[in-house]
Structure formats: C-alpha cells, structure tokens
Design a binder for this molecule. Sequence first.
Ligand SMILES: [Zn+2]
Length: 226
Amino acid sequence: MVDLLVVVPHPDDESFGSGGALLLAKRAGLRTGVLTLTRGEAGRTLGLCPREALGQVRTEELRKAAAILEVDHLEVLDFPNGLPQGAEGEGRGQARGPGLLEHPEAEAAIRERLLGLRPRFVLTFPPDGLNGHPDHVAASRYATRAAEGLAQVVYFVRPEGPWPVTHRLRLPEWALVRKLQALAQHRTQALSVLGFMERYPERLWVESFYVVGRSPAEEVREEPWW
Ligand SMILES: [Zn+2]
C-alpha cells in the first residue's frame, strides 16, 4: 500500500518531475511509490554500456535514485520505450518499435497496480507530456484513465502553462540536495540532466503541480496538496 504513486514512462522522469514531491511526501509520513512503464532502453548510452544493456543499466540507475528519494515501492514494467521526435541516430540503445503509445494495454497494467497499492494520489505527466515525448503523452493518458474512480490524479506541470498550477513546492535545502543526488544516479542520461539545468534551472528547486479537477485558485498554494 502507498499513499502517493508516481507513474512515468522512463527511469529519470521520477527525479526530474517529482523528486521533491516524493521526498516531502515521505517526510510528511506518506508512503510513496514509483511505477515506471519502460526500462528506457532507447535512451542514450553515452558509451557507458553496450546498446543492448541499456535497459538493465537504467533500471539499476533508477533503483539507486529511488533509494535516495526514499521510495517505499518501486516497480519497473517492460513496455517498449519509444524515441522522441528527431532523435533517430547513433549513440542510443535499442528501440523496440514505436513505443508506449502503441501499447494501450499499459492502462490495464497500471490499473491492476492501483487496485493492489491503493494510492490516494497518482502523480504523472500532463497530457502534452511536458516536452512532447510520445511516451510521456502515453503515460499521462494511461495513468489518468487507470486512476478513474480510484485515486486523485495530479500532474507535474510547467510554471508557465498550459495547465493551471494549483500548488507549488519550494524545496528546502535538504530536499534539493537529495533530488540532485537522485538525478546524478542517471549517469547514462547525463545530457538530459545538463539540458534541463541549462533550460529550466529554477525547476530543480521549485516544482509546480495541477491537482486535476481543482479549479485554479487565484493564488497558487505554496503547500503540498496531500
Ligand atoms: Zn521521460
């Protein structure tokens, strides 16, 4: 049983999108979980491992990050990881077909976990997937549908829209330290980490959320939603 379950497609999404929320929820006494739908085998290898080993290596990176984030429950499913648009080229692991969007049965797999774990909150990508990655879009769709009638869905969103921000978490120093350490476990994805730091450094210590269905308050609540 968990109180808060993060549902994302790739190892590293949990730390980027919700590392702070996971830490603060845990500190507040909630039980937390991460369900990853793919093993991220189509990501970059940076030459750190053979292409065919990337799924295994990223699963291991995720285990280390989840331990730092003090996650109570971690499960990694093995749906295929799709490539983002324009990412074809060398230096990647092995994609198996077009990815998660072509696997709507993932919704039932998520629902089965929700029935077992009974989270009160499911935290995932907003419907546009934040950066448009088709796996992010798919994960948002499946998780939102799977949670119907079972859990409150919460999206981690950009501060500037298009989804309303209802809650904002400003991470205290101890949580930022741990989130950065968790991100650093995703060694094979170091270029994603650096790209994020270059474009959105403030999102490392300020996480924005939309509690789905909540009418956006005039003022964003600077407090957790749980
Ligand atoms: Zn991702």
